[in-house]
Design a protein. Structure first.
Length: 340
């Protein structure tokens, strides 16, 4: 384990905050005070008692600096030099191997929530449902509230020694965040409200809460489940252990995508069969005594492929065999176009 990983483990065992550790090689000068002031403004919009726009006082008040040094939280929230550590990779996948679009998001954490939400929203669609009312119902294929909650959850509860990912497939979304739950925690307890929140990064979470990005502690996953239910999506699939946390949400379009894919396959398969039928009928009309071996050579088909097409033509009463296999011939009874 690296020195930083040992520090993380120590903080975890003492129920302290991961993001409160001091990171070697950085100073307060590495923080962007303009971004700090912007966040102070966000907090002041919500507070009756305003915070003075004195950056150092704010950083001390929120424990974002200690011993006149920046904590991990302050670097993630406010430092340009630490941007590579807060990267979230978001990709639009046509399949497991084909990526159609990608976002490498390394924004300041407060901005990251909006950037990731905008990217996902750009790549999902709205659906129209016809109902017995004057106006039809329109729904996003995923509930937007759930997506925003999962993005925020990914940011504030993340293990920042690893890269987080968001994968957008035609029929599902997957959020993968490194930083799981201790053994004594159960995801079901959070959803049912039986347990208070497990907060990995307490300093970042406090800033997000006071800036109005987090509504209330320990209720995010319950809102995700409820908003999926209200939007008619299936219940999200949660997978969690000590090192990672992933959530998979199925699109409302999933059945439509499957159906469309099946129809395209059947249509393509039908056209292919018609082509094979026509080729064999043409060869038989040219030479009624043509053999299976000759058909295989002319069409570059396997023996089983030729026999399958011939069996199909015979079952449709398009052709029939007259005489034995050797010495007999084929009769064409009707063209395939005439077959109804």
């Amino acid at each position: 384990m690296s020195a930083q990983e040992i520090t993380y483990e120590s903080f975890n065992s003492q129920s302290k905050s991961f993001d409160a550790v001091l990171v070697d090689g950085f100073s307060i000068k590495d923080l962007n005070f303009v971004e700090v002031k912007r966040v102070i403004d966000l907090i002041n919009k919500r507070k009756e008692v305003k915070i003075e726009k004195k950056v150092m006082e704010f950083l001390v008040k929120y424990n974002l600096i200690r011993d006149n040094k920046p904590t991990l939280a302050s670097l993630l929230l406010f430092s340009d030099k630490y941007s590579s550590k807060r990267v979230v990779q978001a990709g639009v996948f046509q399949s497991n191997l084909i990526i159609k679009d990608e976002l490498i998001c390394d924004s300041y954490l407060i901005l990251q929530a909006d950037d990731l939400f905008g990217f996902i929203k750009k790549h999902i669609s709205k659906m129209t449902f016809i109902v017995d009312k004057p106006q039809n119902i329109q729904k996003w294929e995923y509930p937007l509230e759930a997506l925003r909650e999962l993005i925020i959850n990914l940011i504030v509860h993340r293990d920042y020694s690893q890269t987080a990912t968001i994968k957008i497939f035609p029929d599902k979304l997957i959020f993968l965040n490194y930083g799981g739950l201790p053994e004594e925690y159960n995801i079901k307890d959070f959803i049912e409200g039986k347990r208070s929140s497990y907060v990995r990064n307490k300093l970042i979470t406090r800033v997000f809460k006071d800036a109005g990005i987090i509504e209330e502690y320990s209720s995010g996953l319950a809102r995700v489940v409820n908003s999926c239910k209200e939007n008619s999506n299936k219940k999200p699939l949660f997978s969690v252990d000590k090192t990672s946390f992933s959530v998979e949400i199925e699109s409302l379009n999933k059945d439509k995508i499957r159906k469309t894919g099946t129809e395209k396959y059947l249509e393509s398969n039908q056209k292919s069969n018609q082509k094979s039928n026509q080729k064999i009928i043409e060869l038989i009309s040219q030479n009624p005594s043509v053999t299976i071996e000759e058909l295989m050579q002319k069409l570059d088909f396997s023996e089983s492929g030729i026999k399958k097409v011939i069996r199909n033509l015979k079952e449709k009463s398009i052709i029939k065999r007259v005489g034995p296999d050797k010495g007999g011939h084929w009769d064409i009874l009707k063209g395939e176009k005439d077959d109804k």
